[in-house]
Design a protein around this ligand. Structure first.
Ligand SMILES: Cc1cc2nc3c(=O)[nH]c(=O)nc-3n(C[C@H](O)[C@H](O)[C@H](O)COP(=O)(O)O)c2cc1C
Length: 139
């Protein structure tokens, strides 16, 4: 089954830094994405979400419809959507990496633009996942 990756940005309805709401979203995403063979990562600033999703065309279409109706955020903009050979976030049904202060600043700058670059967003989020692994994995 051909794979696609997409990234979108949106505005959170409640402050997204409220960890309760993000952990609820994360829990729901992991549960659903496992069943739908979707992988990806979620990043947030106090007022914005940025998410990278990977999966089949059909499964991403279904999820986009659900996301568009979710009152927890609004004004979703799909930044880009393209075919991929392999998943970048293969190990995660959904992960919300902890951002370093520098990473947080870069994310804020990226989402402040009209349409952030998909590759810049994906690379930054992937880098933050790596930082997290490096700090939590003992050799
Ligand atoms: C920022 C954000 C990211 C989300 N990411 C996902 C996701 O990756 N997968 C998912 O199934 N639902 C995600 N959701 C939740 C969906 O919008 C929707 O509520 C959910 O898929 C419905 O699940 P249900 O069909 O089990 O009720 C997200 C919601 C928000 C606000």
């Amino acid at each position: 089954m051909p794979l696609e990756r997409l990234a979108y940005v949106s505005h959170s309805t409640e402050p997204a830094e409220s960890l309760m709401s993000v952990s609820d979203i994360l829990e729901q995403s992991v549960r659903n994405n496992r069943g739908n063979n979707i992988t990806g990562a979620l990043a947030f600033t106090p007022s914005r979400f940025a998410q990278v999703l990977e999966g089949s065309h059909g499964s991403l279409d279904v999820l986009l419809l659900k996301l568009a109706m979710d009152p927890r955020h609004h004004d979703m903009i799909v930044v880009d959507r393209l075919p991929i050979e392999r998943r970048l976030f293969n190990d995660w049904a959904m992960i919300a990496p902890v951002f370093t202060p520098h990473g947080r600043a870069r994310l804020a700058t990226l989402v402040a633009g009209e349409t952030p670059s998909m590759s810049a967003l994906t690379e930054l989020i992937f880098e933050m996942v790596g930082e997290q692994d490096a700090s939590t994995n003992t050799p």
